[in-house]
Structures are given as structure tokens and as C-alpha cells.
Design a binder for this molecule. Structure first.
Ligand code: PEP
Length: 261
């Protein structure tokens, strides 16, 4: 995994109100503490719904938790008459460090195309947030274009035309593997992550490519995570369903224990 600190990211999607969020974060942090989890060796971040973020931030702050905080989306605008939108400025103010951009559910259900995703990536950079840029092919695209073409195209589109590129993370999530129980093989995930890194090197230089974390996502569980993270090309995982269960998610965060076996 080179010198990149693995990132275990939990996307809660539209689940858990603010009280349930507090309960889950408490349970997760206790479980990781009991297991002597070293956050410097493996970073663990939760991505609750917007309405939970203030409660989770307050808890993390009061109890000095080492868990990180992310958001699931942000507006491409900074402020103004955009009803229902959330500015990156508000997220930064709540100690949010990461923000998902271009999740396949936003591409699919909210018609977010490459232009919107590029603008949201720019907004994240403007507000000092680290965009976790989600890319991945549908089953149809897999059949017509193969596995790497779409993720590479989406990655380069999100990163095109920025004056200042800050830190970012790429999450390779084959759409056919999200929430379906179908998983890419560890070899497939490693191959696509490797191809994305090559594309980053060609576009942004070797230093950026080597320092950028590229995650795999799609039906990751505690019992299959080690396979993905054995590859030096895969620097962590983006987890949906399994991140709602503290035991399961902490099992994923402690993947190094499985690898050492
Ligand atoms: C996701 O929502 O990003 C995801 C990978 O979901 P799941 O783990 O449930 O497939």
C-alpha cells in the first residue's frame, strides 16, 4: 500500500436519525477502542446524513474521538438562493474533512453528470474539504466498454480544469456491486485501481498518483475486506450497508489483523 494510510469510509446513505447516529458512533468508537485500534495506521471515517453531522461532531469533539467525519454531498455553489442545498463552507465549519462527490446513487437518481461532479469537486477544494470522488461502471458499460474505461473517464472529468487541486481520494465502485451482494474479485478491483493510478500519473504527475488513495467499494464486509486490501493498489474501502453495524464496520476497519493471519 506504499506509504498511503488506508482509509475505511462508512457511507450511511439516508439511514439513522441524529439520535441513532450518536448511538452508532459511540458503539463504533468503544468497539475500536476495545480492539486497541490505531487510527494512525488505519483511518476510519463516517459519512452520516446532513441532519446528523452537528450531533456527531459534538460527540466526537467532547469525547475526543479519533474517528473522522465526512458528508455525503455538497452544493457546487458557495451560498445564496439555492433552496435545499448545503454549502461546503457549512461543512468545513462543522469539522467535516471529507465529502463524497459523484456517488453512483447521485449520478443515477439526481442526474448528476460529469460537469456537476467537476463543479462539486471544485467546491470541495475551495472549502478545504477532501473530495472522495466516486467512479464506476454499470453492468451495461462493463459489457460494452470493459472495466476500466468508465472509471478512468469519470476520474479525469472530475479533476479537469481546476486551478488548485488539493488532496482528493478516488473510490472505485462498480455500480453493479453496490448494495447487491455481488463483489468484484480482489484481482479485478486491484487492476482497475492500478489503471486509475496510471491515468492520474499521466494527467497530474507521478507524485500526485503515488500520494492519492484509491479505494474499492461495493458490498464490502468484514469477511471479504482483507482480499481487497492485500493489493498495494487498493488503499482502503468505501462501505455502505455494512457501515451501519458497529461490529461489522469495526471488523472491516481492523482488516490488518486478517491480513497478518
Ligand atoms: C456505497 O454506498 O458506496 C456502497 C459501496 O454500498 P454497499 O457497501 O452497501 O455495497
Amino acid at each position: 500500500m506504499a506509504n498511503r494510510v488506508p482509509l475505511i469510509a462508512g457511507n450511511w446513505k439516508m439511514n439513522l436519525d441524529h439520535q441513532q447516529a450518536i448511538a452508532l458512533v459511540q458503539k463504533l468508537s468503544w468497539t475500536l477502542k476495545d480492539a486497541d485500534h490505531d487510527y494512525k495506521t488505519t483511518e476510519v471515517v463516517v459519512f452520516p446524513p446532513f441532519t446528523d453531522i452537528r450531533s456527531v461532531q459534538t460527540l466526537m469533539d467532547a469525547d475526543k474521538l479519533e474517528l473522522g467525519l465526512g458528508a455525503q454531498d455538497l452544493s457546487k455553489f458557495d451560498s445564496g438562493a439555492y433552496t435545499g442545498e448545503i454549502s461546503g463552507a457549512f461543512l468545513s465549519k462543522l469539522d467535516v474533512k471529507y465529502v463524497l462527490v459523484g456517488h453512483s446513487e447521485r449520478r443515477q437518481y439526481h442526474s448528476e453528470g460529469d460537469d456537476v461532479i467537476q463543479a462539486k469537486t471544485a467546491a470541495a477544494f475551495r472549502h478545504g474539504l477532501v473530495p472522495v470522488i466516486c467512479v464506476g461502471e454499470t453492468l451495461e458499460e462493463l459489457e460494452t466498454e470493459g472495466q476500466s474505461a468508465v472509471p478512468i473517464r469519470q476520474t479525469l472529468a472530475a479533476l479537469a480544469g481546476h486551478d488548485n487541486i488539493g488532496e482528493f481520494v478516488i473510490a472505485y465502485e462498480p455500480v453493479w456491486a453496490i448494495g447487491t451482494g455481488k463483489v468484484a474479485t480482489a484481482e479485478e478491483a486491484a487492476a482497475v485501481c492500478g489503471k486509475i493510478r496510471e491515468a492520474l500519473a499521466a494527467e497530474l504527475g507521478e507524485a500526485v498518483a503515488q500520494s492519492t488513495r484509491i479505494l474499492y467499494g461495493g458490498s464490502v464486509k468484514a469477511n471479504n475486506v482483507a482480499g481487497f486490501l492485500r493489493s498495494t493498489e487498493v488503499d482502503g474501502v468505501l462501505v455502505g450497508g455494512a457501515s451501519l453495524d458497529a461490529e461489522e464496520f469495526s471488523g472491516i476497519a481492523r482488516f490488518l489483523k486478517h491480513i497478518a493471519l
